[in-house]
Design a protein. Structure first.
Length: 323
């Protein structure tokens, strides 16, 4: 009897300790100073804010101490789950800093959600490691944003976002699904040298400025149906391992696919190329891509030298219009 009582008492004590250590910080409406939010995150508390205006710069690097990552970089490890719904961040969000030659970064061990939020200041997530889910659905980024060199272990959700200025996704690694459905990129969008291990969805996205997907490794599907590239778009020297759907996509300025390799089924059906299309030295490993009802540029702005199938036979393109 005494043994059972002791075990029950011990269990209650442990439960009480866990409850004290794992607190939730919840706020709905009103405003909150970023410095106060930082303290809650540093304690490891789970954060849930809804309809809150966060004032001042939110500095995430250095919270809770840092560990040496290599000779020139340190990284903080944040265990909190961060959930922000319909919040406004009036200052910068800083998850990276460079002091001289020394870089400071962040690892997010818990899920990170900025859903329907407005980020009025610059958002710097350069080199961040997202060990859990990263969800930025319907966020508005008013200033320059960077996720350059970041790692997304469980995918990345950027559906229906708005980037008013340049955004950098160069050199990222995404191990799950990458979603940019119906997202609008007003400024330049850079994805150079990135690796996508899961499907990529940019359907119905709008690229107003320069879009650079050069030297990208797509290990799964690349789905871009109904996307619109209003500025110059570059997909050169990229590798597409899975199915590629560029059907009914619009390219208003030059589209560059030179030196790329398509290993899966590829469709340009009903796509519109209004300026220049460069397919020079592009390989379609499964044979003839689908160009059914595609609108191609005039012959003098269509480059297909060296574009071929495994048989080394040239691909067959619809007859382009003449000026």
């Amino acid at each position: 009897m005494k043994t059972k009582l002791l075990l029950a008492t011990t269990a209650l004590v442990l439960f009480g300790l866990q409850s004290c250590q794992a607190k939730d910080f919840i706020q709905s409406g009103g405003s909150l100073e970023a410095a106060k939010l930082q303290k809650q995150i540093e304690k490891g508390n789970a954060i849930f804010l809804k309809d809150v205006v966060v004032t001042g710069p939110l500095v995430l690097w250095g919270l809770g101490g840092e560990s040496l990552e290599n000779v020139n970089s340190f990284r903080a490890s944040l265990s909190s789950s961060l959930t922000f719904v319909n919040c406004t961040f009036e200052g910068e969000i800083q998850a990276h800093s460079l002091e001289g030659q020394i870089a400071h970064g962040v690892r997010f061990r818990g899920p990170v959600s900025f859903v329907g939020c407005q980020l009025k200041g610059a958002a710097n997530f350069k080199g961040a490691i997202f060990s859990d889910k990263a969800n930025f659905t319907q966020c508005k980024f008013d200033q320059k944003s960077t996720f350059e060199g970041s790692e997304f272990a469980q995918g990345m959700e950027f559906n229906e976002c708005g980037f008013a200025q340049e955004v950098r996704f160069q050199g990222i690694t995404c191990s799950g699904r990458a979603n940019f459905l119906k997202t609008v990129f007003e400024g330049a969008a850079g994805f150079q040298s990135s690796r996508f291990l899961g499907p990529v969805q940019i359907g119905a996205a709008r690229f107003v400025g320069y879009a650079d997907f050069s030297r990208v490794g797509f290990q799964d599907e690349f789905l871009a149906k109904y996307a619109a590239f209003e500025g110059r778009s570059v997909f050169s020297s990229s590798s597409f391992q899975g199915r590629v759907d560029l059907s009914e996509t619009k390219f208003l300025l030059s589209a560059d696919f030179q030196n790329s390799t398509f290993y899966g089924r590829t469709s340009f059906g009903k796509a519109e190329f209004r300026d220049q299309l460069d397919l020079s030295n592009t390989l379609f490993a499964l044979g003839q891509p689908d160009f059914a009802e595609a609108l191609l540029p005039p012959a003098e702005r269509l480059k297909s030298q060296g574009a071929s199938m495994p048989s080394l036979l040239p691909i067959a393109l619809p007859q382009p219009p003449t000026d």
